[in-house]
Write a protein of this length. Sequence first.
Lengths: 314, 275
Amino acid sequence: MNLLIGALTFGLIGGLLAVGVYLTFRLFATVDLTAEGAYGLGAAAAGVLLAAGINPLFATIAGGLAGAAAGVVTGLLHTRLGVPRLLAGILTSTALYAVILFLMHGGDLSLAPHRTLVSIAEKAGADLVGGDGELILFGTPVGARNWMGFLYSFVLVAGTIFALGVFLRTELGLALRATGDNPRMATAQGVDVGMKLVLAYALSNGLIGGSGAIFAQYVGFANVQLGVGAMVTGLASLMIGETVFRRGGPWRGLAAAVAGAILFRLLVAGALMAGLNPNALKLVTATFVLVALLVGRALPGRNGADGGGATHGL
Amino acid sequence: MGSETALEVHGLTRTFRRGGDTEIRALQDVSLTLQQGEFVVVLGTNGSGKSTLLNEIAGGLPPESGTIEIAGQDVTRWPEHRRARLVARAFQNPFTGTAPNLTVAENLALAAQRGSGNRLAPALGRERMEMISQRVAELGMELEDRLETPMGQLSGGQRQALTLLMATLVRPELLLLDEHTAALDPRMAEKVMRLTQKMIHREGLTTLMVTHALPQAIRYGDRVIMMHRGRIAVEFSGAAKRMMRVQDLLDRFDQLRAADLLDESAEAMLRRLYV
């Protein structure tokens, strides 16, 4: 049960990453490689602030804002300077590698000695039952610390995603979605599509940076390699989720991303327990995404008459 | 203040591939004025400059020289999305004017917030949904029950009718129609054209419509202009327009050709399109 709660917790945290990928990959039919750098940047920025004794919630938000800033850079490279989207993302990500090293004064930063969301959650758990006690959940004992850690991540992630879902159905959110779906139509309806693209990149990478910031606190360290493979992990999560929730409006998309991230974590935990070599994990994930893309192409008409358009317009 | 002129195009020039062997003078010193409420039909062959003219007015092309005023405001340097506050349009391709993965209601909501929609208010508030539902019902195409359907699942004709509705949901100062019935089957084209006429009449919209179809040019509009080689070659207005028959247009094409204003290929094309 503790293992399950742990997988659920990391699944939720990965949910923010998957939702960030959903914004660019589904709503804008583009692959934004800023994600790789933004995830690590969020972790590094939050880590440095935590080490300086900043409130963990603020540090987490700052991690998200750092990711958003990276997204703005990529968006401006594309819209103002005409750099192709894929290249713009790679440029930003590559540059961020150095930024992260500068921020952390090195490749690793341990958060163990500092006050983090997790240490607060664990303390709250310990206060609740006294020491290392356990709660009984569905007839099974669960460490109070694990349980509180899960609860904290749940509140953070659910709150963020609820706010995003509401936003996507506001006038501005609708203009954003229309821009991703048909920029010519959006322009004809008075939408400044360049600004909306920058905003989408900022939101997406903000969520991804936030995901990195929370993840770092749950594993207890930030690392310059943390973001490697973030894009593919997010894609895999999203694709798993979309087999559960068929594509539809924004709420369904967000639900698919989060559910997919949780299932992805459970699958990974299951595969590792079944004896999968952890070194092979990224190979397996990448293969999975490839297969999902090919299967998706072989089964057309899943997303309206015009097709999903997930693999063009890179 | 109180200008009666809806559109004032002055000395508009646009050259593609300037200086090259394949230089195309798409527009040459074109001037055109539309009074408020006027409905002008633009005829011309491929490459005559009629689509370029529409695109320049909508703001899709940066200006080379000349000025464009809409409802008394100089919009020459306005980007396309800013001009959309004043200008609404329907395209030849019925898929261009709508977003396929948004629902019918969401497409219409976007049109309803044209020129004001950067707010954090709900896009699909109750009042707006009621208005949208009513306006869709007025189309008489039984689409009011499909507001939650993704736009991509509708037919080209249905999407074009909704594009028209979107163009007029917020009253534009100028309506641009770029061969918006050309891609539809004849029955649907007729239906959409009748709908167009009805909306223009009801709202008193100033309209510039490009068409390939001579019968449309004869039946609709207060004035017909014909573009050729980037210039306005002929214009029928007033009594001449009202009395105009297809034969008159064809005779006029013959005269133009004789005067070397219109070459043979263009005339043949217009005849073919009519017959």
